[in-house]
Design a protein around this ligand. Structure first.
Ligand code: PFF
Length: 481
């Protein structure tokens, strides 16, 4: 056992996990990916993976954290020893650290845009502005790498300060107010969208589908998004699980996180698309979607500058509570493994992610479409990093599912789950077979189309390797049924 202490309040884990899950993934990434992928079919794949794959893996991931009570890498090392399995399962921790690092790098840049809009709102700069002005303003932000770097620096530094000072002090009470406030203000925007936008068109865009409309990369993006939005498959939730008191229900917590997270995404999606259709904007405009549509609503609504200012502050709060969960697993590892102090560990992680974030900054200007980088690689660095995380998170989730499903003993899992045998059996069936099969299905279907031969080979190798090795790595399977 490590020196990990356990959170004293029962609700702290739920709060921290919701804080991690709800963020730019719901407000910015979900609407923009849905818009780019034609709506309903994307949501269908996303929702199916949330419920059939996401929730079981969420449970598995918290369970691994809580039984090991260490950071993901050290925790997996510990579990492989106590369960007589191969050390290769530590890959879960390493892959998670790599994903956390990649995600933090672009997450902070996008959160930086929210700083810009908070400022524009509070100074009233956009009051009465029309769609044209707002979209030109957004393009101007994208064209300014210096300004974007400044915001990126501010955001990542603020996150680092919070994690460096110790994870849950202050955050907890902040989240208790912020999360409900965010939801309420989203409902206000939705109400505005219902009155002034076209909610009918939004609903039919989001909830009617023709699965054939979804491109192959769309499948990968939908699955990747369901992992992304639940903060799954990369150790963030495992790291928090290490602090979760043993008497809190895993199942109930996991469902609560998934339901709250999905609700936020749906309300955000409905509000944004009601505005998009109402104003005749483009659904597939990409990463700028939220930053162009919502300010338009705030420009027109009564007290819009104030409502918009508060809204973007809450977006920033939600983003910070997610970004600290990206820093935590890597920082905790550095502390445990190299005896660093917390501030040292956080500084190293954050400086590296900051530097990597510059690639995202230039993806929108110096190395944007039409420049040499894009011509050479066929996509921007930001697109490439997103693609990598869309692969890494599900692979990480797959490994977590296999380890929790096959290596943990029945009595161990029953103790953790603390529920009926029927639910245990269903859960184990989901993590043993359904989740791995679903992830493999999407990979095999998608990857050949994504990046020539390189990625399919990589993906197939990873999957075959994981399946084959899971049997060999689990030297002594302890479960018989
Ligand atoms: N779930 C966060 C969001 O939806 O904004 C993003 C995220 C946080 C992803 C933490 C992964 C993670 F480990």
């Amino acid at each position: 056992m490590s020196g990990h202490n356990v959170w004293t309040h029962k609700g702290t884990f739920l709060l921290a996990a919701v804080g991690s899950a709800v963020g730019l993934g719901n407000l910015w990434r979900f609407p923009y990916l849905t818009g780019e992928n034609g709506g309903g079919a994307f949501i269908l794949v996303y929702a199916l993976t949330i419920f059939a794959v996401g929730i079981p893996i969420l449970i598995a991931e918290i369970m691994l954290g809580r039984t090991s009570r260490q950071s993901p890498i050290m925790g997996m090392r510990h579990l492989t020893k106590t369960h007589g399995t191969s050390r290769a399962w530590e890959t879960i921790g390493w892959l998670g650290a790599a994903s956390a690092f990649l995600i933090l790098s672009f997450y902070s840049v996008i959160a930086g845009w929210a700083i810009h809009y908070t400022w524009l709102m509070l100074t009233g700069s956009l009051v009465g502005a029309d769609a044209q002005t707002i979209s030109t303003g957004f393009d101007a932000l994208l064209a300014a790498p210096g300004l974007m770097t400044l915001y990126h620096t501010l955001f990542i530094a603020a996150s680092a300060l919070i994690v460096g000072m110790g994870i849950h002090k202050g955050i907890e009470s902040g989240l208790r107010i912020m999360m409900p406030a965010l939801f309420v203000i989203l409902l206000v925007v939705l109400a505005y969208g219902v009155i002034n936008g076209d909610i009918g068109a939004a609903a039919s865009f989001l909830f009617t589908f023709n699965i054939a409309d979804l491109s192959l990369e769309g499948w990968l993006q939908a699955m990747g998004q369901s992992f992304f939005t639940l903060s799954l498959g990369m150790g963030a939730i495992m790291a928090y699980g290490a602090y979760m008191p043993s008497n809190v229900s895993l199942t109930r917590t996991a469902f609560a996180v998934a339901i709250v997270d999905t609700a936020v995404a749906m309300v955000a999606g409905l509000a944004i698309f009601a505005l998009v259709f109402g104003a005749g904007l483009e659904t597939g405009q990409g990463p700028g979607l939220m930053f162009v549509t919502l300010p338009l609503a705030f420009a027109e609504m009564p007290f819009g500058a104030l409502v918009g200012g508060v809204f973007f502050i809450l977006v920033l709060g939600a983003a910070i509570s997610s970004s600290i969960s990206l820093i935590e697993p890597v920082a905790a590892f550095l502390v445990e493994r190299f005896d660093m102090t917390r501030p040292q560990a956080v500084t190293i992680m954050v400086i590296a992610a900051w530097a990597m974030g510059l690639l995202t900054v230039v993806s929108f200007n110096l190395w944007a479409e039409g420049t040499i980088f894009h011509t050479l690689f066929g996509r921007t660095a930001f697109d490439f990093i997103e693609l990598l995380t869309n692969i890494f998170m599900p692979v990480g989730g797959l490994l977590i599912a296999l380890f929790a499903g096959w290596a943990l003993t029945q009595s161990e899992v029953m103790k953790e789950l603390g529920s009926s045998v029927a639910w245990f059996k269903l859960w184990r069936f989901l993590v043993r077979f359904v989740a791995p099969a679903a992830v493999a299905f999407v990979f095999l279907r998608t990857l050949p189309q994504v990046e020539g031969y390189l990625i399919p080979t990589l993906g197939a190798l990873l999957i075959i390797g994981a399946f084959a090795a899971s049997q060999r790595w689990l030297k002594k399977p302890r479960q018989t049924t």
